[in-house]
Design a protein around this ligand. Structure first.
Ligand code: OFO
Length: 171
């Protein structure tokens, strides 16, 4: 049976993951409208991954006999100033998500919930990867600045990103 405090923290994280999905769908839409199909596609994949993150938490709560409680998803912004601005805000957001996952892990530690600690390890590793990819893209965009050809090439490169379902959801 799932500890109540852990259950509450996991439910809060489901809401945060759906907010992330909503945030990235909004960025994807902004970038498509601004004429960057590749960056838009990259954020479209991000949108799907965030829904997966939420789904994995839902499945996990249910597998432990817990109750899933879905709360309203807060509004997201719809305007940015450039692809760089989008990636900078993405990094700031992912830093916050990392802090939330770390906090969740602390709750599981305090409550001696070893199964939750074990499942959270995947998220901890995932955050390292997310932050690195976004930081690398920010570095590239800062080098390129307003160079049209550079932006065109990076847009093409990031547009090659494809979605793969995580192992936990692929059966
Ligand atoms: Fe769910 O990792 Fe990004 O937010």
């Amino acid at each position: 049976m799932l500890n109540k405090r852990v259950e509450e923290a996991l439910n809060a994280q489901i809401n945060a993951e759906f907010w992330s999905a909503y945030f990235y769908l909004s960025m994807s839409s902004y970038l498509a409208h601004a004429g960057y199909p590749g960056f838009s596609k990259w954020f479209g994949v991000q949108f799907k991954e965030e829904q997966d993150h939420a789904q994995i938490f839902v499945n996990y709560i249910l597998s432990r006999g817990g109750k899933v409680t879905l709360k309203p998803i807060a509004e997201v912004k719809t305007e940015w100033t450039s692809p760089l601005n989008c990636f900078e805000e993405t990094l700031a957001h992912e830093n916050n998500v990392t802090a939330m996952i770390n906090n969740l892990y602390s709750v599981a530690l305090e409550e001696k919930d070893f199964a939750t600690q074990s499942m959270l390890k995947w998220y901890i590793d995932e955050q390292v990867e997310e932050e690195k990819t976004v930081q690398d893209t920010i570095d590239n965009l800062r080098l390129i600045k307003d160079n049209g050809f550079g932006l065109y090439m990076l847009d093409k490169e990031l547009g090659a990103r494809t979605y793969t379902a995580p192992a936990q959801l692929s059966e």
